[in-house]
Design a protein around this ligand. Sequence first.
Ligand SMILES: [Zn+2]
Ligand SMILES: [Zn+2]
Length: 742
Amino acid sequence: MRQSGRIIIRGIVQGVGFRPFVYARAQEYGMSGWVKNLGSEVEICAKGKLFEEFLAAVRAGPPLARIDHLAVTPWDGPIPDDFAILPSGSGTLSGMIPPDIATCEQCLGDITCTGERYDGYWATSCVNCGPRYSIIRNLPYDREHTSMDQFRVCPDCGREYSDPSCRRHHAQTIACALCGPRLRLLDPKGNTMDCSDVIQETAHLLDSGSIVAIRGIGGFHIACIEESAGVLKGRLGRSEQPFAVMIRPGHIDRIASVSAAERLLLEGPWRPIVAVVKRDPTAHAAISNLHTIGCMFPYTGLHHLLFSHLSHPLLVMTSANMPGYPMITEIDQAMARLGHNVDFFLTHNRSIVNRCDDSVIRDGYIIRLSRGLAPKRTPLDLGGRTILGVGPELNANITIYRDGFATTSPHIGNVRNPGTFAYLKETIATIGGLLGAEYDIIAHDAHPQFLSTRYARELAEAGDATLVPVQHHRAHIAAATADPCIGITIDGVGYGDDSTAWGGEVFAGQVPDYERTAHLEVVPMPGGDLATTYPERMLFGILPGAEVQDLLLSRGWTDMELAVLETQLAKSLNVAKTSSTGRVLDAVSALLGICREKTYDGEPAMKLESAAAIGRPQPWDLAYTREGSCEVLSTRLLCKKALREYVSQGGAEEGRIADIAASFQYNLARGIAGLAIHAALDRDYQLVVLSGGVAYNRMIRETIACEVQQAGLDLLINAEFPLGDGCISFGQCRYAGVLADR
Ligand SMILES: [Zn+2]
Ligand SMILES: [Zn+2]
């Protein structure tokens, strides 16, 4: 039996109260020695009769920790008589950058417990909760490496910090009303408003209909009550886009049906936005005109206190940014960019070092990987090299592989925008810096024109790294598994091997060898991106006959406009080709009059899904053809059937529209499943992987799952990374790492 040793622990071990936890176990088992942060690892040197018992207890870890690796080696050096938490030392930086964690129950108790030290203090936190990534400048995670270093602890906080029996023993974010960050309420001109209780006054303003920009952990939100949502939409010029809400936990069951799993997520330490199904699909239309609504529970002391004063049960809580742009973090920016859109600003004086948007989850699948979930650390063996994946263009994030782990950044956004592109570069610098990364390989999208591709080239040149282009949909599959599989990717668009826009693809193989075996029918996109914005163009591209012409004329298209479109198609002028699943769904959404103009990403297909939610699907005929070595599902035939059904019913009757929408989704999904099943049976694969943003559509995902399983195959849907493009940077890393081993 060992009686001493040096223990090195890797994983989520900083920012989760690991050292105080070890200290408490050491007291319990009568150990002497020390614990300290070493780089991003934790080092323990300990001696005592109950060493093995102590070790077993340490292995369990505190609630928010995750131990990926624990090694014990003999320790012959001197060991003091008592046990202490020592100052951090430098060491390897491959470890965890801790994510932000919602206010814990105990801190919530402290805030609401009248008369105590933390009573009413909005930035109360402890070793188990509070901001982490958003305030961190360097590792190890110590106060002097965070933006809390601006605040000198008062004697009371200092006492708690050094008291081993206290929950705030070594809590790097410890602060109170006396010594910590402070709130200010500003009028639209930027003047500080004079009020005795800033949060109470803010609640009063919100209750009376004002729109308030609130600076949170990772950036600004814009908040208002439901009754003001229409005004806010008008001011932001986002009449259609759904807002997320922050809701009093006791109220959520009144507006949505929430499963046990969804409730766990809502109440858990990450506190993401969870897209739940509304009880009445038409209710709360000013917030969301879909059948779902994105809800989150209060997750900071500020939110809890705000709700304790608020008489309304929910607040619209939308990130303060334009779609695809990074969240605003600084008050000057907020005043300059939001000045006309909000009535008041509630801000604080703690710097946001790294911005972090709210995470979004639907049906257990991550839509936006961000606050609480990211930086995300994934154990992975790609050897001793360091790899950067710069991600895709839309819904981008980045991943860095180093020393047995991949670290994926929070959501960045649409890097086509210069502001977001700058944020991408900043994120690479921040996370690369925290991990001490120097890249051997830089993986990027195969699209030659992406800004991220160009930046990858620049970085590779400057740092003498190898560039690896990775085709978009292959990165999707590689993000889900390294095993041999049939991979289905259904999404908007990604740059294909033949330079056309892919997006309804089936592959067979194992990373990095994926052969395209099937796809959706290739259809024209007249006007390229215009066909994405105006999906009736897409519809006409797919079905250019008299029936669609008549339909479009009846909807206000002129003969002239139609003639131009026809010529464009006939002469192939600015007509892209695509096998995208998203574009086909868009076309049918337009056909059914559900969405004729896209005002935000994914809108036509999301509205089609909402319309289909009450519909009863019927089986339609499917047609498969061959194009070269690929099997092809005819989407034209499915669209034609939808048109027939629509026209024969004389157009718009709501129940009928729902049935056609449901049938279209159902049969498209059956067809796609067929492509994958044929490939699996032909080539003897057992595993089918499903990825791509269209897989968030519940009916499509569940239909594919059902068909694949009925064929006796196994289905894997990636629950670790977004099904959409938030998985691409991780897939790029794995793909490039495996490729380099050959
Ligand atoms: Zn706490
Ligand atoms: Zn204090």
